[in-house]
Design a protein around this ligand. Structure first.
Ligand code: PHE
Length: 433
């Protein structure tokens, strides 16, 4: 049977960008910037994204594209009978853990969409403390958190089992540009707030003394997280690419879109954070405390406008989150279907059940939430990416790889990436020890 493939390069890029652009850009990037000292973190993040992530993206995509198989099958085909196929295990475990805590944040987004629909963010006199308390109350109410998380997971489950991914993709083709335009508008609004300049300085004037092993690992981890690398998602999507398509340009386009969204989110949030006197290192709640403040002050003169912007914004965020979370769910499901020969419905229910239980635990325990958040990006995705680079750089035949991957990128994949990742891992171990 002929395998389905993306109609053209644009479709492939859109699917990959759909997976990449999500809560990682809008929620995680601003809070990571705030926790890791601002501009210096962004600098390491950009360098990692360009010099490490793009080559890894190309390597991971190469494995999928050249075999037209998803992870387990791809490694089995390229390195038959070897232990490499166990890399496939990371592509079940990691997305399931990510999806668990990601659904908590997806649930918060759903709750905030609901709050904006009930016009909760239109009171221009509401202070930053009021908005902080609203978020505090949501996180404090574990049952509400679990209910919203369940709602978000049910949406994912619906998309995957009803096979409406195509519909969702069509929708995100509309909502992602809307998100982009709204975010740019928010950037301008945020920049116009009194006191915003301190936030701009925070984003553009690096304080190099802030860079240490931990910041480097966090910045690199954030870049992996944002581009969905090291978990088999890009590999699987690339397996649907046609032969004649170019991996390098696909990687570069996806990374550019993804970076743009992250940077714009940074410039939308941080100036307002400083203007409102919010603590930049507030952690995972940062955007949920800042955005309502922006929306409600926006409504000083035009309450209807602020309500409209808030509703549109949280709707667009929800769709961006869904295209990312669905790609994780699919990665988990693909393992049970392809490798364990399980029926699709059963496999989806299994992954859903696990994420629901684990996600609920993340709702109840902030420590578990933080642990999973850090474990996946700083360790599992980074480690997965390292394995992909080593596989392409050392295990595969150079002549084959060079047909698709230009020599300088191959050199980076073979030498620079393993050395840099290992050095950063070691420096973190030494620092902790
Ligand atoms: N890149 C996604 C985001 O930024 C998260 C993600 C990670 C998606 C891993 C798929 C796999 O939101």
């Amino acid at each position: 049977m002929a395998r389905e493939s993306f109609a053209n390069r644009t479709t492939a890029i859109l699917a990959m960008a759909g997976s990449a652009i999500g809560l990682g850009n809008i929620w995680r990037f601003p809070y990571m910037v705030g926790q890791n000292g601002g501009a210096a973190f962004i600098l390491v993040y950009l360098l990692s994204a360009i010099f490490i992530c793009v080559p890894i993206f190309i390597s991971e995509a190469y494995i999928g594209k050249s075999t037209q198989l998803s992870t387990f099958g791809a490694f089995e085909k390229l390195a038959p009978g070897s232990a490499w196929k166990w890399v496939g295990l990371l592509t079940v475990i990691t997305p399931i853990i990510i999806l668990s805590f990601y659904s908590v944040v997806g649930g918060w987004s759903l709750a905030y969409l609901f709050k904006s629909l009930t016009l909760s963010f239109t009171d221009a006199s509401a202070t930053q403390e009021v908005h902080g308390a609203v978020f505090g109350a949501l996180v404090g109410n574990k049952w509400a958190g679990i209910a919203w998380l369940t709602g978000f997971l049910v949406l994912n489950f619906g998309v995957v089992t009803l096979g409406v991914s195509k519909g969702i993709e069509k929708f995100t083709k509309i909502t992602t540009p809307i998100l982009f335009v709204l975010m740019v508008a928010i950037v301008f609004y945020s920049l116009s707030m009194p006191g915003a300049k301190a936030g701009v300085d925070y984003l553009v004037k690096p304080d190099f003394s802030k860079i240490n092993g931990h910041v480097m690992l966090s910045a690199m981890g954030q870049a992996f997280f944002s581009l969905s690398l090291g978990v088999g998602t890009i590999l699987t999507y690339a397996s649907y690419m046609k032969k004649e398509e170019n991996l390098v340009s696909t990687g570069v386009y996806t990374a550019v879109f993804d970076l743009m969204f992250a940077l714009i989110a940074g410039f939308a949030i941080m100036p307002a954070v400083f203007a409102a006197g919010i603590e930049p290192g507030a952690g995972p709640g940062l955007i949920f405390e800042t955005l309502p403040y922006i929306f409600s002050t926006m409504g000083r003169d035009f309450p209807a406008l602020s309500a409209g912007v808030a509703i549109l914004f949280f709707t667009a965020v929800l769709f961006a989150a869904l295209t990312s979370s669905v790609s994780m769910l699919e990665a988990g499901v693909a393992y049970f279907v392809d490798h364990k020969k399980m029926a699709r419905g059963k496999a989806t229910a299994l992954v859903f059940g696990f994420c629901w239980i684990f996600g609920s635990l993340c709702c109840v325990s902030t420590r578990l939430f933080d642990f999973c958040d850090r474990l996946t990006s700083d360790f599992l995705m980074t480690f997965g990416s390292l394995l992909y680079a080593v596989f392409v750089g050392w295990r595969l035949k150079k002549a084959d790889v060079l047909q698709e991957i230009p020599r300088p990128i191959y050199f980076i994949v073979r030498w620079i990436i393993p050395l840099v990742i290992i050095a950063i891992f070691i420096s973190n171990l030494v620092m902790k020890g």
